[in-house]
Structures are given as structure tokens and as C-alpha cells.
Design a protein around this ligand. Structure first.
Ligand SMILES: Nc1ncnc2c1ncn2[C@@H]1O[C@H](COP(=O)(O)OP(=O)(O)OP(=O)(O)O)[C@@H](O)[C@H]1O
Ligand SMILES: [Mg+2]
Length: 386
């Protein structure tokens, strides 16, 4: 089989979506002298601020998708939920990496779990829910506590309801099915910790996986990551194997982040995938020779991957809208950054809203617990929250 020709600096990379992930992809691409064109509806989207060109149009706009294809040598996504029609439009005109077969799975929680199961990976028990009858049957199989989720469109914990007692289930179904008719009921895993495996894969089948990191959520949204995760080498190897099995099984070209629960008894459970840079991989910018953003671009441009080794233990804490507002916390920035090896990333979002990711801090230290404490101390100074 012939391999795609490398896309070299000077060429134009199209990015669907101009949020913070698109911004960081664009910054890394421009460092390597690629040109970048971002598709995003918002005039001053974080990614549009740093791209060479911006197509300001809805992500579902077929004319805009055609225009993106026309201006790009290769197209990738910072956001996996693009319409199937847009993906078809792009795919027919320009190399689209990763391909639709990956995105169709990543957009759909039921397909994700079925794919993981087909590849022999352990998942929480799950069942589809499209009606009150199916919910009752699913509850009978899975029991409570459980979590009901929309199969599409959820992020940062949106589109989910925890069901502690069977009596709560029908009300949750009614609320969620107003958002999206197809739901999935999942067994609630009383996990010890959450981890992610961030793998990169090229079309030639080369795979590189970053060290396994621990992810700490707060109210369903990622709050902090520490890398490496405090787990045994054997468990880390198992988590890595899960990531690589999915990257290979799906034929991913680009990054694949795989979220995994570590049970109290050290059993691992697949949670979900994201075929793009992941919030838990932001630390790679400072702590690894090749960042997740560069790694994704290398795979997308058919270049060899960088070695995914970590040079220093690290931690990342998110800065949310409620933390920094529209910059009210920033007068304390000099004090926060005086804490030591802490780096600041702000995404240039004009409007702070609660739960909106506005930026993050990365800290480096002798071990990842110390890095986490340092990152939290800096955030505390900046935001009055630890
Ligand atoms: N089956 C489960 N058992 C226990 N906790 C769960 C389960 N499903 C989800 N959670 C918790 O809710 C968080 C968010 O869930 P999930 O990853 O499915 O949704 P999401 O909205 O796509 O999140 P994100 O965009 O932050 O990745 C998980 O990281 C975990 O903390
Ligand atoms: Mg998740």
C-alpha cells in the first residue's frame, strides 16, 4: 500500500474548530512554519486569533467546509462532533485526518463502548436507552448507582445524570431525551482514580504513547492532571495497551486520548476516547520534547512521530471562568508566577462564563505530587481557589 507523501512546512493545515485546542495546534504549526486556516463561527475565536486565515462560518456550513478544503493541503479537527455531511464534504476534497471512521465512533458513546468491547477491552456495563421500557430493562441489568448519558454531544460532564435510586431514573430520562433521543445507561464505577493514555498513530502504523497521567475532575469537568500517575508500572502498561489497541483498531491518524477508570481493586475500565489533543496532555508543551500538538500535526502531516518521553514530572490545573473572571485575578499574576517552574496559558477568550475553560497552568517539579501542589498554589494565588 502506498503511504501518503509528507506535508511539509509551507503547506496549509486546515483546522475544524477554533477553541483552545485549535489555538494550541495553530501555535505549534506556525512554530514549524506551516500556514494555518481555522474554521470557526466566532469572529475572535481563540484559534482564529493566532491562525494565518480564518473562515468565520458555522461548523455545519457545507460551503465553508468546501472553502476550508480548497485552502488546505490537509485538514484536521480540534472537535470530533462535526456533522457527518461536513466530514463527507471534506473527505472527498482533501486528506482528512483522522478519517470519518474514527470520528463516527468518537461522536457516539454507544459506538465507543461497543468498539472497546469488540477489541477486548474492559468497559463498565452499559446498555442503550431509547425509551422508558429500555430504561427499565437496562436498570434491571445494570442496577444502581448508574449514570445516564446522551450518546452524542456531551462534554465537560454535560448531558449526564447520575442515578442513585431506580425512582430517579425516569425523570432523568425525560430531561436528557429532550436534548438527544438516544441515551446510554452505564454502570457507576466507584473508581480509585482516573487516568488517560494519549497515543499518536501515523498512517504508516507507527504508534507513540505519552506516560499515563492521572486526571482529577470537579463537578464533571477536568480540574487537574498529574503526570506520571501514581500507579504501578504494570497498571500503566495495561492502560497504555488499552490506548494503543484502540488507536490501532480504529486506524487513527493523529492523536487518540483514551480516558480510563482505575477501580478500587486496580481493574481498569474504558470510559471514552477523544481523537485530538486532550486537556490532560497540555503538560506535554513544557514537560516533553515534543508536545501533543506537534505530535498530532506530525501524524496528520505524515511525518515520523517524536519520542513521547517526559523530561520532567509535571502537573496542569485548569483556569475556569469562575476562577479568573475577565482577568480580575490577573493583578496577582506576578505573585503566582514567582512560585517557581509554573507556565501560564491563556486562551484569549473575551467572555468568562462559569465552567468555561479560560486557560491553564503547568508546573514542573521533582515528582508529580510536588508539581500538582505547586500548580495548585499558583492557582490559589491567582484565583483564591486551590
Ligand atoms: N460510568 C461512570 N462511573 C463513574 N464515574 C463516571 C462514569 N462516567 C462518567 N463519570 C465521571 O464523569 C466524568 C465525565 O464523564 P465523561 O468522560 O463520560 O463525559 P464528558 O462530558 O465527555 O467529559 P469530558 O469532556 O470532560 O471528557 C468522568 O471523567 C468521571 O469522573
Ligand atoms: Mg471524559
Amino acid at each position: 500500500m502506498s503511504r501518503p507523501a509528507p506535508v511539509l512546512p509551507g503547506a496549509t493545515i486546515g483546522i475544524v474548530g477554533g477553541g483552545q485546542l485549535g489555538r494550541m495546534l495553530a501555535l505549534e504549526a506556525r512554530r514549524m512554519a506551516y500556514r494555518v486556516v481555522v474554521l470557526d463561527p466566532q469572529e475572535d475565536a481563540p484559534g482564529a486569533q493566532v491562525a494565518d486565515e480564518h473562515i468565520a462560518a458555522p461548523l455545519g456550513d457545507l460551503d465553508a467546509a468546501r472553502e476550508l478544503a480548497r485552502r488546505s493541503d490537509v485538514v484536521t479537527l480540534e472537535w470530533e462532533n462535526a456533522d457527518a455531511a461536513v466530514l463527507r464534504e471534506l473527505e472527498g476534497r482533501v486528506p482528512l485526518r483522522p478519517g470519518p471512521q474514527v470520528l463516527e465512533v468518537a461522536q457516539h458513546r454507544l459506538r465507543e463502548k461497543e468498539t472497546a468491547r469488540r477489541l477486548g477491552l474492559p468497559t463498565p456495563k452499559f446498555a442503550p436507552v431509547r425509551s422508558a421500557e429500555e430504561l427499565e430493562r437496562a436498570l434491571g441489568e445494570i442496577g444502581t448507582p448508574a449514570v445516564l448519558k446522551t450518546v452524542r454531544g456531551g462534554y465537560d460532564g454535560r448531558g449526564q445524570a447520575v442515578i442513585r435510586r431506580p425512582e430517579e431514573a425516569e425523570a432523568a430520562r425525560a430531561t436528557l431525551s429532550a436534548l438527544e433521543p438516544e441515551l446510554i445507561l452505564e454502570e457507576w464505577i466507584d473508581f480509585r482514580l482516573e487516568v488517560s493514555a494519549i497515543c499518536a498513530r501515523t498512517d504508516a502504523g507507527e504508534i507513540a504513547t505519552y506516560p499515563i497521567g492521572e486526571n482529577i475532575h470537579r463537578e464533571g469537568i477536568l480540574d487537574a492532571s498529574r503526570i506520571p500517575a501514581p500507579i504501578s508500572p504494570a497498571l500503566a502498561a495495561e492502560a497504555r495497551g488499552m490506548g494503543e489497541a484502540l488507536a490501532e483498531g480504529l486506524g487513527v491518524v493523529g492523536l487518540l486520548a483514551v480516558e480510563i477508570f482505575v477501580g478500587k481493586d486496580d481493574r481498569l475500565f474504558f470510559n471514552e476516547i477523544a481523537p485530538r489533543p486532550h486537556n490532560s496532555g497540555h503538560y506535554t508543551w513544557e514537560a516533553c520534547a515534543v508536545s501533543q500538538f506537534e505530535q498530532h500535526l506530525r501524524a496528520v502531516c505524515a511525518l515520523p512521530l517524536g519520542r513521547p518521553e517526559q523530561l520532567r514530572p509535571a502537573a496542569m490545573v485548569n483556569l475556569l471562568g469562575e476562577d479568573i473572571g475577565n482577568g480580575e485575578g490577573l493583578p496577582a499574576l506576578p505573585e503566582a508566577l514567582a512560585e517557581g517552574a509554573v507556565s501560564l496559558h491563556l486562551y484569549g477568550k473575551r467572555e468568562a462564563r462559569p465552567r468555561r475553560k479560560m486557560g491553564h497552568l503547568t508546573a514542573l517539579a521533582e515528582d508529580s505530587a510536588e508539581a500538582l501542589a505547586l500548580a495548585r498554589r499558583a492557582r490559589q494565588i491567582l484565583t483564591r481557589r486551590g
